[in-house]
Design a protein around this ligand. Structure first.
Ligand code: PXP
Length: 239
């Protein structure tokens, strides 16, 4: 069992965009993160391009040597962009265009017809699909029904409860993760994972295929530097 670390580099683009120009350089950061051992790079291009721009997506795609994961709401523009760059994985997120950050997963039952079409479209392009869901078995069932390869469990509620009660925080995730394993669905996790809470999550659910981590990792890098930060996250996934 091996859990890949995919680093979400949106925040690096946010910093760059704050001043114009190209500092910090998003492409260099991605290349460095790969060289420090991360197994993937994630971006979440939004329609307003407030962090990752369409141009970044094309440039990253031409350069990356690890798995490229593009996440976002599957609008017609997003679908065209993803199919044109052909990443290893697309993660479908039910975000409104102006949403600050993802704060819920798909209701895969209510949106079954829409997701079935979208997943089929990505399958035609040969791209692995993952659906962002809350840790509930019924949403994993729905993801399976619409033909997704994986789900990404929304770990925000885990991270919020972890400091007070780790056992209770992990409970629904463990149950849903076991269910995914029984269904033969691949399993990702992401949102608010950190050096504090990742170790326990991984110890409890070691069959997780990939964790996607951005905010806390980039914050840690301010103090530790990117190389040391990436190696600390990897160490938690390898222990
Ligand atoms: N997974 C999804 C679907 C997301 O939208 C995000 C945030 O862009 C993440 C993972 C990473 O979350 P965080 O930045 O809190 O690590």
């Amino acid at each position: 069992m091996h859990t890949n670390l995919s680093v979400n580099i949106n925040k690096i683009a946010t910093l760059r965009n704050a001043r114009g120009g190209n500092c910090p350089d998003v492409l260099k950061a991605a290349r460095d993160i790969e060289s420090f051992g991360a197994e993937g790079i994630t971006v979440h291009p939004r329609p307003d391009e407030r962090h990752i721009r369409r141009e970044d997506v094309h440039n990253l795609s031409a350069m990356l040597t690890t798995e490229f994961n593009i996440e976002g709401y599957p609008s017609p523009e997003f679908i065209d962009l993803v199919c044109s760059v052909h990443p290893a994985q697309v993660t479908l997120v039910p975000d409104a265009p102006d949403q600050l950050t993802s704060n819920h997963g798909w209701d895969t039952l209510t949106h079954r017809a829409f997701l079935t079409d979208v997943v089929a479209r990505f399958k035609e392009c040969g791209i692995r699909t993952s659906i962002f869901i809350s840790a509930e078995e019924r949403f994993a069932d729905g993801a399976r029904e619409v033909g997704a390869d994986r789900v990404e469990l929304y770990t925000g509620p885990y991270a919020a409860l972890y400091p007070a009660d780790p056992a209770r925080a992990i409970e629904p995730f463990l149950q849903t993760a076991r269910h995914c394993r029984d269904l033969g669905l691949g399993l990702n996790a992401g949102h608010d994972l950190s050096l504090e809470n990742l170790g326990f999550y991984h110890e409890q659910i070691p069959w997780t295929d990939e964790v996607s981590i951005g905010h806390a990792l980039i914050c840690d890098a301010l103090y530790l530097g990117l190389r040391e930060t990436v190696s600390r996250y990897l160490a938690l996934l390898r222990s």
